[in-house]
Design a binder for this molecule. Structure first.
Ligand SMILES: NC(=O)c1ccc[n+]([C@@H]2O[C@H](COP(=O)([O-])OP(=O)(O)OC[C@H]3O[C@@H](n4cnc5c(N)ncnc54)[C@H](O)[C@@H]3O)[C@@H](O)[C@H]2O)c1
Ligand SMILES: [Fe+2]
Length: 430
């Protein structure tokens, strides 16, 4: 992973002072003196180094949950499995559907208490149960909230103290955990293949990432049928999270040739299928493309980071329960407008990937069309234009900015951003 522009010393200080972010970045930063513009997918110079990995084995396709027994029970020899999920997933019948693919005598505990944007208390509760019942593997069935919670529980099942010590207290992650498997039920976060887990501190409401290879699930069973029960609103918001991952990773300063190709294809797939998935939730082709697109986007950003949409959206989730996908979706076109001139070529390509005709246009003209394409998509799938309905008081903006400034993704955003830029973006949308 390498940056395509120099990083200033203040930025490095920010990175090193936040334990929960990925230290490898500091080591792998490439201090290039010549700033260059991206020129499209795979635009990296041949002499530049990068690394890329997807370590989760992915079983993709309708019926792929039928592989659960072979992998978790036969290959990993689990005889005391804990299923981690949430109430809605259970009510939608997904927990029953998945567990019917597993021998009942191997399932030792159902933990269905996960809430959206999980707080650390629930992780400590889940980990205590995992220890008490001598759980030897964990299967997450749910969206990003459930999978992130399961990542943290699988880690805490083999470590001491409170999860807060690790996420927010500076305690170093160890390499110990119980094996983790995931069945995603949303097509959004891609958490089923990433090394990140987002948790919220219940005292400060700071929402932060734990990032370590220890959180990477051993296997993901990505079955589009498991996403079909998502209501239209959740399909829309989670789908926009996936699109945001792809757009931010495609345009930032941390791209590499592999993340570029994956992010571009994710944008194309999501652009083609999100409207259909929202309009006709039982359209399996659209569900399949959305799930694949979300995985491509996650593989890209897990190796190439995101940008300030995410930095600004996380505090809205932590303090005001704005769903992650909604936060990103509302911010995305405004941040794109702000970022455009940092990378016209890539935004022009995004316009094309989203179906706009850019023939004969300059990069700048075509880049402007990418914003229109996103705004039209948001309108069609019913995402509001601002956060007014969340009743966020203006006095909260300082707190939101303070939390956003702790996010490492600031460093790779296509355009350098300041506190005043953040204030202006929040003020226009809240
Ligand atoms: N670890 C990562 O790499 C990563 C990446 C991006 C986001 N995240 C985090 O993931 C969380 C958001 O996850 P999400 O967007 O998937 O939403 P979510 O997991 O919070 O789910 C949203 C709602 O949809 C319901 N739901 C999920 N699937 C359903 C289905 N098939 N049928 C019916 N209802 C269903 C859930 O019960 C919940 O009420 C946030 O905390 C976000 O910060 C993590
Ligand atoms: Fe996200």
């Amino acid at each position: 992973m390498c940056l395509k522009r120099p990083v200033d010393v203040d930025s490095i200080f920010i990175l090193t002072s936040f334990h929960c972010y990925d230290y490898r970045l500091i080591i792998l930063y490439n201090f290039k003196k010549n700033e260059k513009l991206n020129e499209g997918e795979a635009a990296m110079g041949v002499s530049e180094q990068f690394s890329f990995s997807i370590r989760t084995k992915i079983y993709f396709g309708c019926g792929s949950i039928s592989k659960l027994k072979e992998i978790i029970i036969d290959e990993y020899q689990s005889s005391g499995l804990m299923i981690v999920t949430d109430e809605n997933i259970k009510t939608a019948g997904l927990t029953d559907k998945v567990s019917s693919s597993l021998p009942t005598d191997k399932i030792r505990f159902f933990f269905d208490q996960v809430m959206s944007d999980p707080e650390t208390d629930i992780i400590d509760e889940g980990a205590a149960i995992a220890k008490e019942h001598k759980i030897d593997a964990i299967l997450a069935i749910g969206g990003g909230s459930v999978i992130d919670a399961a990542k943290a529980i699988s880690f805490m099942a083999k470590n001491d103290g409170s999860v807060k010590d690790y996420w927010f207290g500076g305690k170093a992650f160890t390499a110990h955990k119980v094996p983790l498997f995931a069945v995603p039920t949303t097509s959004g976060t891609g958490s089923e293949i990433t090394k990140a887990a987002m948790l919220t501190d219940p005292d400060t409401k700071f929402k932060g990432a734990g990032v370590s290879p220890v959180f990477i699930p051993e296997a993901a069973f990505a079955d589009p049928e498991m996403t079909m029960s998502m209501p239209a609103k959740i399909t829309a918001s989670t789908g926009m999270d996936a699109l945001t991952h792809a757009v931010e990773c495609f345009t930032n300063y941390c791209y590499n040739p592999i993340s570029d190709v994956l992010a571009a294809e994710a944008i194309r797939l999501i652009g083609q299928s999100l409207r259909v998935a929202v309009a006709k939730g039982d359209n399996i082709m659209a569900r399949e493309k959305m799930l694949l697109g979300s995985i491509y986007a996650a593989a890209a950003f897990d190796n190439g980071m995101v940008g300030i949409v995410h930095a600004l959206a996380h505090p809205l989730g932590g303090h005001f329960n704005v769903p992650h996908g909604i936060g990103n979706a509302i911010l995305l076109p405004k941040v794109m407008e702000f970022n455009l001139m940092g990378n016209y070529g890539k935004y022009a390509r995004i316009a094309q990937l989203l179906g706009e005709n850019i023939d004969g246009l300059s990069d700048r003209q075509a880049a402007l069309l990418s914003v229109d394409a996103v705004k039209n998509l948001l309108k069609d799938i019913g995402i509001p234009e601002n956060f007014k309905s969340f009743n966020i008081p203006g006095q909260a903006i300082d707190r939101l900015i303070a939390d956003a400034l702790k996010n490492r993704n600031l460093l790779v955003n296509p355009r350098k951003s300041s506190v005043e830029d953040f204030r202006s973006l929040y003020e226009r949308l809240i």
